[in-house]
Design a protein around this ligand. Structure first.
Ligand code: NVA
Length: 303
């Protein structure tokens, strides 16, 4: 299998995604077999926004593959301000073998990929978080054995994480339900894309404001109500979002075995501390699998 970049969920086929998931599990099981996979490779990690899991899992993951990573924070301001995005990409390509970037705008990543001539990996944008989704489907595979026909509900604010889950899930044959307060649902174009992918895989995609749709779900997923770069204020949306909080009652209603969160979690807002720390929580498996999933992407890009 070959990949040129890892920019957005819908750019990979079902076969490619399944191969990445299997490879992630293989690298996790036999890390010593991959300890030279990135020997001699240098990878730039650009972060326009804060990060704990993404930064550290890429840095340490690249190290485990025998490669070298270089962290570039916000000291140069937003990409495209000091010099053209195209020039940042072309300069980095003089020294680096790949670029990992967390950006405000997906268009910046697409522009880098167009001009860099080296692989570009999306480490979160306004639209997608494909590394997170890949790690999440690795975690769901470990928990449930198979993804085909699995019922996964995302509840809360529609954002980059829910977009990636519904797109990647629809490709993989997962029945995805996205439950949001009115006015906070996914973008129409994104839903059209995911719907077409679900039809192709035979999965269902449900977009609703009805909390009752949580019934019969096997895994529940939530994320912050206010994403990085989002202008809404949590105090203003608390009343709208309160019925969508993942608490014990919601978990009971769902009958779900697993609860998921990409973190950072805002305990007492989108999820209660009790549920976050409960036996159903697989949040730390998700965090660990970020590294193995990303390493599968890197090994494949350089394969
Ligand atoms: N939706 C969140 C994800 C953080 C990992 C954000 O964009 O801030």
């Amino acid at each position: 299998m070959s990949l040129n970049h890892f920019l957005a969920d819908q750019l990979q086929s079902k076969e490619q995604l399944l191969a990445l998931i299997n490879l992630a599990i293989n690298i996790k099981t036999n890390p010593e077999n991959y300890s030279n996979a990135l020997a001699g490779k240098s990878i730039a990690l650009i972060f326009e926004k804060p990060s704990l899991r993404t930064h550290i899992s890429f840095d340490i993951g690249i190290n485990k593959l025998g490669g070298h990573s270089l962290y570039l924070g916000q000291q140069n301001g937003q990409l495209g301000e000091r010099e053209r995005v195209k020039d940042v990409a072309k300069n980095l390509a003089c020294w680096c073998d790949a670029i990992v970037a967390r950006v405000f705008k997906q268009t910046v990543l697409d522009e880098m990929a167009e001009h860099a001539g080296i692989p570009v990996i999306n480490a979160l944008s306004d639209l997608y978080h494909p590394c997170q989704a890949l790690a999440d489907f690795v975690s769901l595979t470990e928990t449930f054995g198979s993804l085909e026909g699995l019922n996964l509900a995302y509840i809360g604010d529609a954002n980059n994480v829910s977009n990636s889950l519904m797109l990647m899930g629809s490709i993989l044959g997962v029945n995805v339900t996205v439950i949001t307060p009115q006015g906070f649902g996914p973008d129409g174009n994104m839903v059209v894309k995911a719907q077409a992918l679900a039809e192709e895989s035979g999965a269902t995609l449900t977009i609703t404001n009805d909390v009752e749709a949580i019934e019969g779900q096997q895994a529940i997923y939530t994320d912050t109500w206010v994403s990085m770069g989002d202008s809404k204020k949590v105090e203003q949306i608390l009343a709208d979002f309160a019925p969508y909080q993942v608490d014990d009652a919601l978990m009971k209603k769902a009958g779900a075995q697993a609860v998921m969160h990409c973190q950072p979690a805002h305990l007492g807002e989108e999820i209660t501390e009790q549920v976050f720390d409960s036996g159903a929580s697989i949040v730390y498996a998700q965090a660990e699998n970020r590294m193995w999933a990303q390493n599968a992407v890197l090994v494949t890009l350089f394969g």
